[in-house]
Design a protein around this ligand. Structure first.
Ligand code: CDP
Length: 790
């Protein structure tokens, strides 16, 4: 299908799937009535602020907190030595490594936590931070991951075992090395590319924060936190602290953006908990913007060398990829255990590729933890960028148009389900239709003519394509776990006697609109109007266990659980209806919102009548009530895709890249709410524009963060954002209960290579084969200058 949305089967009042229902959460957001962690004030609450190191690598000779402790309102200063006494100075990371809560001997990156200061007010805590004196002895700093792997590099993590006294964290590979080497050796030509995907930061509007509230009388911890994965947090807190999970309640509030940055457990959380345990009072900690940009977990930082084999007539024969990943001083990514480089081996992309081999080495450096999946399914962004850049260079090598090259090498619609050479089974796709739709929408042939005319006049215009395949919905439990927890997700639905309902979920919205779309799933399945379905997430005391929201997994996992739980309820109402209508359940058929006696249109019971009967008139032998729970273990991931085309003009005088047009055709299978999906794509495209042209966290040789404020880390605003032109195709997932695939990160994944390809396309006639992102005016100007054009 090439429709923009499937036809709804429910009325606008019921607002099941396919209705652009307005977001139920927005009335409180647009009135400033949201409740973020900063809004939560508990009786008797105190504040924590953190002492951080200016050095990227140094020995702590001493910490003198006496002056700080004497200051007004200061209640405690917690150091690594205090935690060491309780064995809490290190904690496990979700990737199976260890991370310091507070250092005892050495600091490992600039802005690392050194001590927690607790005071009656935020200002008193901040003043006292400046009065904690730490004596450091600077140590050699390793910022380059290639140098980190050299034999004489200082060993950054001597705490690891005797066989691991080096800076290589792990080596991972996927695919058939020998078969790929043979395929490339037999190719008419091999096209190489070197790509660096720099470190970036999610920079959510709301920084990370928490309130640890330990009640010593009842030995109970309430932990309010900005977490994308509250249940996992509760388990980790229990494992680290020894407090039983039944005595811990993790509670989220509204969350102002997560994008992967609110999955890791940060040292500040643990220090707050220790402080609350010590003082018996609620302790609030919220990062300021600089702390957030300097010390949280970061994304990307992949150095990639890739080679593609080709026949002279432009058929891809194989792909070989070698990568070095900079993880900072600890591997604190939240990748599934079996996939230390995330789902990077989806790098064969949308192409029918006979052979592929991918290897990744990860290195420690004196930087904050890296590897966060920034609006990305565990490294798919890095993979898509590489393959989409390489495909353009492949097309150029055989003198084919990049659209025609893609059309020739795409996996065909009739090849699905398609097994990739690195082991994934793509569920469904129709790549030719999506690209054709994008080409038609943007007027590709006309643009190529315009480009030729402009090039003849010496003007720089480029057209870039990105035809990405995504991989979302982690994941099937036989393959996917985080610290051993299988990556299912869950939903519990209760229908009340008067026909309204509540859904509780194991996932956690950070702005994606779950309160609306999950209500619409229930509306679709049961006919209860979405306006009467309350959606609740983020309270571990009430919600069923789930692994949380990241990597666009909510719809593929908890969305599926919601539909199946609703179907369990629907099945029970069939028996209730049979009882009320005095017929056999087999004589009933479901039409949206009611059970009808087959062939007797006037004999039916509505869902509202059946909900009432569940509490007032259920038959003997049937349990009262109307509720169901489902823990959904997906049989496979879902593979959304899209084709994006970008047109850029480059100013020869300044090197400034202007995105003139950007067409995005997306396919996420069946759509719950078209307006929300469009919103996800619009936001995602701007978050793809950001690293393509503006954002980078880089470090100098001493490990100083060169982009630790918004003066240096350039977030695009409405001024920089072009008018996105969006469209859809719909190719349902064959294994998802209602044919949906995830969509939240598609545009962030797909957009950067379209922009980079457009820039390289504008400069290719000068002999340029790659420009690494972010493509800043300075970088472009330097190239133009070198080529004698600027
Ligand atoms: O896990 P996350 O919520 O970030 O990503 P998602 O499952 O891709 O969903 C993002 C938003 O788009 C949610 O509100 C979904 O319910 C909605 N969505 C939709 O309406 N239709 C789809 N096929 C996929 C997502």
């Amino acid at each position: 299908m090439t429709l923009d949305a499937q036809a709804p089967t429910t009325t606008p009042e019921v607002a099941g799937m396919g209705h652009s229902m307005k977001r139920k959460e927005d009335p409180r957001f647009i009135r400033g009535q949201g409740e973020y962690i900063e809004d939560v004030v508990l009786p008797n609450m105190v504040w924590m602020d953190i002492v951080r190191t200016p050095y990227a690598h140094a020995r702590i000779k001493s910490i003198d907190a006496s002056e700080a402790l004497a200051m007004p309102g200061v209640l405690a200063v917690i150091t690594g030595k205090d935690l060491e006494a309780a064995g809490l100075h290190w904690m496990p990371t979700l990737a199976g490594d260890k991370q310091m809560v507070l250092p005892v001997d050495e600091v490992m990156y600039q802005s690392q936590e050194v001590a927690g200061v607790i005071a009656e007010t935020r200002y008193q805590a901040a003043d006292a931070v400046a009065a904690v004196y730490v004596d450091y002895e600077p140590l050699p700093v390793v910022v380059d991951p290639f140098k980190a792997l050299e034999p004489d590099a200082p060993v950054l993590r001597p705490d690891r075992g005797p066989d691991k006294q080096h800076n290589r964290i792990w080596h991972w590979e996927s695919g058939d090395r020998a078969a790929t080497d043979a395929a490339l050796a037999a190719s008419d030509r091999v096209v190489p590319i070197d790509v660096y995907i720099p470190r970036i930061h999610v920079a959510s509007i709301e920084t990370c924060g928490c309130i640890a509230d330990y009640d010593p009388v009842n030995a109970h911890l309430d932990f309010h936190v900005t977490s994308q994965a509250p249940h996992v947090y509760r388990t980790v807190i229990s494992l680290v602290s020894g407090i039983p999970e039944s005595s811990i309640r993790v509670k989220t509030h509204d969350i102002g953006g997560g994008f992967g940055g609110k999955v890791p457990v940060y040292p500040g959380y643990v220090i707050s908990i220790v402080a609350s345990l010590t003082l018996g009072r609620p302790v609030k900690w919220i990062e300021d913007r600089s702390e957030n940009l300097q010390a949280d977990s970061f994304a990307r930082d992949y150095h990639i060398h890739a080679e593609m084999g080709l026949t002279d007539d432009g058929a891809i024969t194989g792909l070989r990829v070698k990568t070095l990943a900079d993880h900072g001083y600890t591997d604190a990514a939240a990748d599934p255990s079996k996939y230390p480089a995330g789902l990077f081996n989806v790098i064969t992309g949308s192409y029918d590729m006979p052979q592929a081999f991918v290897e990744v080495d990860a290195a420690y450096t004196n930087k904050p933890p890296g590897g966060v999946a920034y609006r990305c399914s565990f490294r798919v962004t890095e993979a898509v960028h590489t393959i989409e850049r390489l495909v353009d260079e492949g097309a150029r090598a055989v003198a084919m148009d990049p659209a025609a090259f893609r059309m020739k090498n795409f996996i065909r619609k009739d090849q699905f389900p398609y097994k990739t050479p690195t082991g994934w089974e793509y569920d469904s796709g129709d790549y030719h239709t999506a690209l054709q739709k994008a080409l038609d929408m943007i007027g590709y042939d006309e643009l190529r003519k315009e480009q030729a005319e402009k090039r003849a006049r010496g003007e720089l215009m480029g057209i870039g394509i990105s035809s990405f395949t995504e991989i979302v919905g982690a994941g099937p439990s036989h393959e996917f776990d985080i610290i051993g927890l299988k990556m299912f997700d869950s939903a519990e639905i209760r229908v009340h006697p008067t026909g309204s309902a509540i859904v509780r979920l194991g996932v956690q919205s950070q702005g994606q609109g779950h309160e609306t779309t999950f209500a619409q799933i229930v509306a679709e399945e049961l006919g209860i109007p979405a306006s009467k379905v309350k959606v609740e997430e983020g309270d571990t005391d009430t919600a069923p266990y789930g692994l949380g929201t990241y990597a666009s997994r909510s719809t593929p996992t908890a969305g599926a659980a919601t539909a199946i739980a609703a179907r369990k309820i629907r099945e029970k109402t069939r028996h209730l209806a049979a009882h009320l209508l005095e017929c056999s359940p087999d004589d009933l058929e479901w039409t949206p919102g009611q059970w009808n006696v087959k062939g007797s249109p006037d004999r039916f019971k509505t869902i509202a009548e059946l909900a009432f009967a569940a509490y007032t008139d259920h038959p003997a032998g049937m349990e009262a009530g109307l509720e169901a729970t489902d823990y959904y273990d997906p049989p496979n991931l879902t593979f959304p895709f899209g084709s994006y085309i970008c047109v850029v003009d480059i100013d020869k005088g300044t090197g400034q890249v202007k995105v003139r047009r950007f067409v995005a055709i997306d396919d996420c299978g069946n759509i719950i709410n078209p307006m929300i999906v469009d919103g996800q794509i619009h936001g995602g495209l701007t978050m793809g524009l950001a690293p393509a042209l503006y954002e980078e966290i880089s470090y100098d040789e001493q490990g100083n963060n060169l982009a630790g404020t918004f003066m240096d880390y350039l977030l695009p605003t409405a001024m920089e954002t072009p008018a996105w032109e969006t469209g859809k195709t719909i190719t349902p997932s064959p294994h998802h209960p209602f044919g949906a695939k995830g969509v939240g990160e598609s545009a962030t994944v797909g957009a950067p290579p379209a922009i980079a390809n457009a820039v390289v396309d504008a400069l290719a006639h000068l002999g340029v084969t790659n420009v690494d992102i972010p493509i800043t005016p300075q970088k472009v100007w330097r190239i133009l200058h070198e080529k004698g054009v600027a």
